[in-house]
Design a protein around this ligand. Structure first.
Ligand SMILES: *Cc1c(COP(=O)(O)O)cnc(C)c1O
Length: 949
């Protein structure tokens, strides 16, 4: 046995376990199980054509060598991305800490209080700095946040506006180019018309419903937008201000200028550039929009004892509930990055942020003075950190600068831009000036000294306090900060505690050797808009990853731009629409979606301008093929696409899949496959084989990127040859096909930094390892199924009675006893487990997906817990107090002098022997969801206090 094989580390079950597991399932071999699970006619005939696997050690040195092909220049390019200093205490204790990066989206509030508090801090930072009462806890990037703002204002056009006519959205010429590109993509399918101009010259008509301006502008000029916004409001035009978050520490807030929405990125709060991402986009608005805000909002509520607790608020507006009526398709966001940005603010506090902002601003002033001495003209009359400079020839500056390992922004032949940042020193400024002097052939030999010089005009100076809550004033020493982070960490369940068997979410191992490269500055410090030859390490990695994903899906091209699965769905549908349009068939606008689909599917379809037609699910849980084909034929003139998840969200390889895809093609449609269940396909079958034209992959599920507590994600789309020309582009660095659609994310290759994780996963597993991962995922699921089916009803299985990589356990029969599936979810916490997926795709059920990474012992522990809960259900009598209804039990309940329950403390908190060796204590009792929504508070300082201040 090759004991240095990564496959051995990635897979949970040991060789010795295999026969017992197969025995329990009732098959003789793993291959027999697979033959019984995957229909023969869709199986791949050959192994994946991928290079042989590297050991962990080999990968580590390989990726280090590759990183040397990236050139670590100092980048003063700006345009929404800046070098930052990630405090080491945050790097070591959050960014590199699996307890933070392997946790799930905080749906189970009681075991997520740590990251919920971190996210509440983040919302407070955003709300305070922007001066707007309500902030969400992150969107995917600045560009998509701007698009979400536009769409929210469009959907909320006021009654005085004639809705049919009021379809124009004004985009200032000063907005970042990548944001404009995304606004184009997103407006087009919804019938929104973009109009462009300078904000001081535009005259609004009744056709205009909204506007966006950039603050400071893309080239660094600061305008006071107060009057512009006042005028706009008089004409019922709502205004979005895209603002640089760090500048707001010393600039008047968008809220004080009257803005309706503020958007941007929190990248400057300590997050590495990573060649484009991931970073958390921010979104803040007025309270009146609370039911329309895209993404997740963390709110304050109480638990069963009336104690303070946190939870995700207002979930009824989200895509998983509202589906085609949802206000956005945001599911995975950028939680880990939002947590880190919030912690950056906790560590620095208001005074630290002001110091950083003032220092950057002062250095920019020193640079400005020296530039004047060189006889050059600097065009920004008021600036924060960015200068726009007229020069003789930008090209000669570029040559000299690059020779000194410096990147500036080259706007045209005679104009350059320079953006300073947190890492800039007075020596850096001196260096920049000497480069300009050399290019302009001016003698220059000044030695510069740092002094504080503030030139922010009075009308845009910040005069209001921010981050006054004590959390931002208590942890400024490293010891205190480290302990604060640890204190929050200990409140949460992550993969470092126990398996998280969330169906459809594929919470597998995120191996340390896959994660290590992310900490290297030669990967994480690269600006996304550097000349391509400076990022050859990245280019090679990205091309190779695209190639591997093509091989795995059977398709011919891949775009890594989408920053989440749902964004991938949207991109795939836009590509399909572009393809239809290229054939003179832009009228095709019907999208068939089976009733069992994930909520993001219909939400994405609507955003792409498609009309959703839902097809039925049959008794056995499969797609009702007759109904689907009938609807395809009925709509054949306008059929654009089918969105289908395969294997189905019920965990079944439906053998009719090829009849279905054929019927769609016959009627002129394209087949979009939701690849969330790719973990059951890799190496055994693929989307191209079953007849799909495009699929997205969730690299944060199948390909080992950690869930991060709800992001980052990467949702690349892989497409058949005829769709490749339409893959998305970027306005600054060319990507995509010959007839590329405009951008779907701000960065050319989306969240490139975390692609390294999936790259490592594929490189170290190779063809056999990847295929074995799929087989073991199916093995583990069927092992659980065999153990649980003696005690519970398992819904839907394949034709031969086996599950694929996940299964649904039905708890509806206990409802008449008064037990809800939610009670089971809460009770699992007492056993140290995170609940499986709750009530999706079928209400009243749990969907379990163990993944290949869990060991037999862990699967046994989990089954024991559920079986023990079954006996608790049997013992339950309505009206009596019960471990099920009181779950989860906290340490303070157990240690209180008084114990008022009819069962023992041991039954409450230590119902099985294994628990005593590693008890996880939920920090709060069951939270009150309704109370939280009725009394929405979503920043550390209550909004009332905020208004009074
Ligand atoms: C996770 C998931 C999605 C959405 O992916 P995000 O990255 O969260 O946007 C879509 N469909 C299915 C079936 C999923 O499980």
């Amino acid at each position: 046995m090759k004991t240095d094989s990564f496959t051995l580390r990635h897979l949970g079950p040991r060789e010795d376990d295999l026969s017992e597991m197969l025995n329990t399932i009732g098959v003789n071999s793993l291959d027999e199980l697979i033959d019984n699970t995957i229909p023969n006619h869709i199986k791949l005939k050959k192994p994946l054509n991928l290079p042989s696997p590297m050991s962990e050690y080999e990968f580590t040195s390989y990726i280090q060598n590759l990183s040397k092909k990236n050139k670590e220049y100092k980048s003063y390019i700006g345009l929404g991305y800046h070098p930052t200093i990630l405090p080491a205490v945050i790097q070591r204790n959050i960014f590199e800490n699996p307890s933070w990066y392997t946790s799930y989206t905080p749906y189970q509030a009681e075991i997520s209080q740590g990251r919920l508090e971190a996210l509440l801090n983040y919302q407070t930072v955003i709300s305070d700095l922007t001066g707007l009462g309500l902030a969400n806890s992150s969107l995917l990037d600045e560009g998509t946040a701007a698009a979400e703002a536009m769409i929210m204002l469009y959907n909320n056009r006021s009654r005085t506006q004639k809705k049919n006519e009021s379809v124009q959205f004004f985009v200032s010429d000063d907005v970042l180019p990548q944001t404009v590109s995304i606004l184009k993509t997103r407006s087009e399918s919804l019938g929104i018309e973009l109009i462009y101009g300078h904000h001081e010259e535009v005259e609004f008509t009744s056709k205009v419903f909204g506007a966006i301006v950039q603050y400071p502008t893309k080239n660094g000029q600061i305008y006071d937008y107060t009057h512009f916004i006042e005028n706009a409001h008089q004409l019922d035009v709502k205004v979005v201000v895209a603002a640089d978050l760090l500048s707001l520490a010393i600039l008047k807030s968008p809220g004080e200028m009257g803005a309706d929405v503020a958007v941007g990125t929190s990248q400057r709060f300590g997050i590495p550039m990573g060649y484009g991402g991931p970073h958390a986009g921010y979104f803040a608005t007025k309270e009146e929009y609370k039911r329309s805000v895209p993404g997740r909002i963390i709110g304050v509520t109480i638990d069963m004892d009336g104690n303070h607790a946190l939870r995700m608020a207002l979930q009824t507006r989200e895509q998983h509930i509202k589906r085609e009526k949802a206000t956005s398709n945001i599911c995975t966001a950028q939680v880990l990055l939002a947590v880190m940005a919030g912690m950056y603010a906790v560590y620095h506090g208001a005074s630290g942020l002001k110091y950083i902002a003032n220092k950057i601003h002062s250095l920019t002033n020193i640079l400005n003075q020296e530039i004047k001495k060189l006889g050059l003209k600097q065009e920004n009359t008021a600036f924060f950190d960015t200068l726009k400079i007229k020069v003789t020839t930008a090209n000669s500056i570029k040559k000299i600068a690059e020779a000194s390992k410096i990147n500036l922004l080259y706007l045209d032949h005679t104009t350059i831009g320079i953006s300073l940042n947190e890492t800039t020193t007075i020596n850096d400024v001196e260096k920049i000036v000497s480069i300009l002097a050399e290019a302009e052939k001016v003698k220059y030999s000044d030695h510069l000294n740092y002094t504080e010089i503030i030139t922010i005009p009075n009308d845009v100076k910040r005069n209001t306090d921010f981050l006054t809550h004590e959390v931002f004033e208590s942890y400024h020493s490293e010891t205190e900060m480290m302990r604060y982070i640890k204190r929050l960490e200990k409140k949460d369940i992550s993969l470092t505690d126990s398996m998280i068997s969330l169906g459809s979410c594929t919470m597998k191992l995120n191996a340390a050797s896959e994660m290590l490269p992310l900490s290297s500055s030669s990967w994480n410090s690269i600006h996304p808009f550097v000349p391509i030859e400076q990022a050859q390490g990245y280019q090679e990695m990205l091309r190779d990853l695209e190639h591997s994903l093509n091989t795995i899906t059977g398709f011919s091209a891949t775009s890594l731009q989408p920053n989440s699965g749902a964004q991938g769905e949207y991109t795939g549908l836009k590509v399909i629409r572009a393809y239809h349009a290229s054939r003179g068939e832009s009228h095709r606008n019907i999208c068939l979606i089976p009733a069992s689909a994930h909520g993001t599917n219909p939400a994405s379809a609507v955003m792409a301008g498609l009309k959703v037609v839902v097809t039925k699910t049959s008794e056995d849980g499969n797609i009702d093929v007759e109904d689907l084909i009938a609807k395809a034929e009925l709509h054949k003139d306008n059929l654009a696409a089918l969105m289908v998840t395969y294997p189905s969200t019920h965990g079944v390889f439906e053998s009719a899949i090829m009849d279905i895809t054929k019927a769609i093609h016959k009627n002129g449609g394209q087949v979009y496959m939701d690849g969330a269940n790719m973990n059951a396909q890799v190496g055994l079958t693929n989307p191209a084989t079953v007849g799909a034209d495009v699929c997205h992959l969730n690299l944060h599920k199948t390909f080992a990127i950690p869930h991060g507590g709800g992001g980052p994600g990467v949702g690349p789309i892989c497409v058949a040859k005829h769709l490749a020309p339409f893959l998305p582009s970027n306005p600054i660095v060319k990507t995509g096909g010959q007839h590329a659609i405009t951008a779907v994310s701000s960065a050319p290759w989306g969240s490139a930094l975390v692609d390294l994780i999936s790259y490592g996963y594929i490189k170290m597993l190779g063809a056999d390892g990847l295929t074995n991962a799929t087989k073991f995922a199916i093995l583990n699921a069927n092992y659980i199924k065999s153990k649980l089916e003696k005690h519970f009803k398992i819904l839907y299985t394949g034709e031969n009675g086996f599950a694929a990589h996940e299964m649904i356990v039905d708890f509806r029969e206990f409802k008449e006893k008064g037990i809800e599936v939610g009670d089971i979810a809460k009770r699992l916490m007492d056993y140290g487990f995170h609940a499986p997926t709750l009530s999706f795709p079928v209400a009243g059920t749990l969907m379990i997906e163990p993944t290949e990474s869990e060991s037999k012992q862990e699967l046994d522990r989990f089954c024991d817990a559920l079986i023990s809960i079954k006996s608790e259900i049997e013992a339950y009598k309505e009206g009596q107090d019960s471990v099920l209804k009181n779950a989860p039990h906290t340490q303070s309940m157990l240690t209180a002098d008084e114990w008022k329950f009819s069962y023992s403390r041991k039954e409450a908190a230590f119902p099985l022997p294994y628990i005593s060796t590693s008890k996880f204590w939920p920090p709060v009792r069951r939270v009150d969801d309704a109370y939280g929504d009725r009394n929405l508070v979503c920043s550390c300082t209550p909004i009332e206090d905020y208004v009074e201040a």
